[in-house]
Design a protein around this ligand. Structure first.
Ligand code: KMH
Ligand code: ZN
Length: 274
């Protein structure tokens, strides 16, 4: 098994300070959270930005730029992955904008779906536009799949040459409207991947930890962080994103799975070195 790549999704778009007062919001707080997570074992940070005044999801490229520059200055080899999922209701122009800042990676969501009580729109034309732009600017996509059907869509885009190989997938499990977070479903998702794919697992709420641990055992990689879950355990809020990363590191070590350094993560994902 490859060493374990840990991604931390520090902020997201849906969680608020009311859910957890330790949520990073300003670019400086997001950079600080990324640094703390890097220092305890995360090699990728998945970034959404917020309006520093209101805490609401933002698509302002200036905010993304401040996060990118802050991380590049403090931890130059950390892999920075920008969202293109953004938040429900953002326009396609708003969602594609961060790609042009050339982070190492950006998400590529593989289909439209109900997302809780909302609808998360990813029309084929927009997916293709995003994929093409990522190739043009040299940003590796992380293919976000919320159900098995989306793996089939990704395979089609790989065939069309719109996603370069080897592809990297993230299974986002347990979103109401997406695939339920069960071990059985994870095994089916894994079985459907192209043979040369790498993959990680994100799962929402109480499913985060068990699905992360299953991914460690199956040779996949892990995404943790407040975007998907703000609790340490039932009824106890996490103190920080780093606390969630530290727990994954401890469990992986107990299970005999070494943690990837950012250099190793770059090799595994075929990203350029810094
Ligand atoms: N906020 C969700 C609607 C991504 O980052 O690419 C979409 C999302 C996925 O968070
Ligand atoms: Zn996200």
């Amino acid at each position: 098994m490859d060493p374990l790549i840990i991604t931390v999704a520090v902020t997201g778009a849906e969680v608020t300070r009311e859910h957890n007062p330790n949520l990073p919001i300003t670019p400086e707080e997001i950079v600080q959270a990324a640094v703390e997570c890097y220092d305890v074992g995360a090699s990728i940070v998945h970034v959404h930005v917020r309006d520093p005044e209101t805490g609401k999801p933002s698509s302002d490229p200036e905010l993304f730029k401040r996060v990118l520059e802050g991380i590049r200055e403090k931890r130059p080899d950390m892999i920075v992955q920008f969202t293109t999922g953004g938040a429900i209701g953002m326009t396609e122009e708003e969602r594609i904008a961060p790609v042009y800042l050339k982070p190492d990676m950006a998400t590529l969501n593989m289909g439209s779906m109900n997302f809780g009580d909302d609808v998360f729109l990813n029309p084929p034309k927009f997916i293709r536009r995003l994929a093409k732009t990522m190739i043009e600017v040299g940003v590796k996509p992380e293919i976000e799949v919320y159900d098995i059907s989306m793996i089939a869509t990704a395979k089609k885009l790989i065939k069309e040459g719109l996603i370069l190989e080897p592809p990297h997938f993230d299974f986002v499990m347990g979103v109401p409207g997406g695939i339920p977070a069960t071990v059985e479903n994870l095994l089916i998702m894994k079985r459907n991947l192209p043979p040369n794919a790498t993959w990680s697992v994100a799962a929402v709420g109480r499913h985060q930890l068990p699905m992360n641990v299953t991914a460690i055992l199956l040779g996949g990689h892990v995404r943790t962080g407040f975007e998907d879950n703000v609790y340490y355990k039932k009824g106890v809020l996490a103190k920080s994103n780093a606390q969630l990363v530290e727990r994954i590191v401890r469990i992986a070590e107990e299970l005999g799975r070494p943690i990837a350094t950012p250099k190793q993560a770059r090799e595994i994902l075929h990203l350029k070195e810094v």
